[in-house]
Design a protein around this ligand. Structure first.
Ligand code: H2B
Length: 98
């Protein structure tokens, strides 16, 4: 089930797959770095549409060209397949940048 917490083994596999993300016990974390504020905000706008469609939303903050993202499933208090899916989607949107 997408909303079930991932096991330690599944988290380890995910960490190997998502090289740029740090997998902590209860969060997936990544810092995206762009060329400027417009690129960073464009990424956030695109990611927001994906998140809304998934009904799964990031915890994030933006300072100029940098976007700090922490993903977890609030309803479960940890990382689920929904977070993995959103992380993959964000990586796709960031492309070579980030
Ligand atoms: N986003 C995240 N990251 N975790 C959740 O548990 C969550 C969410 N729950 N977005 C959704 C909204 C829930 O509150 C609604 C009612 O479906």
């Amino acid at each position: 089930m997408a909303r079930e917490l991932l096991t330690q083994d599944e988290l380890s596999e995910l960490a190997a797959e998502l090289g740029a993300w740090e997998v902590s016990g209860s969060e997936l974390q990544r810092t995206f770095r762009f060329g400027n504020f417009v690129e960073a905000f464009g990424f956030m706008a695109a990611a927001a549409l994906v998140a809304e469609k998934m009904d799964h939303h990031p915890n994030w903050s933006n300072v100029y060209s940098t976007v700090d993202v922490a993903l977890n499933t609030h309803d479960r208090g940890g990382v689920t397949e929904l977070d993995a899916a959103l992380a993959r989607a964000m990586d796709g949107l960031a492309g070579a940048a980030g």
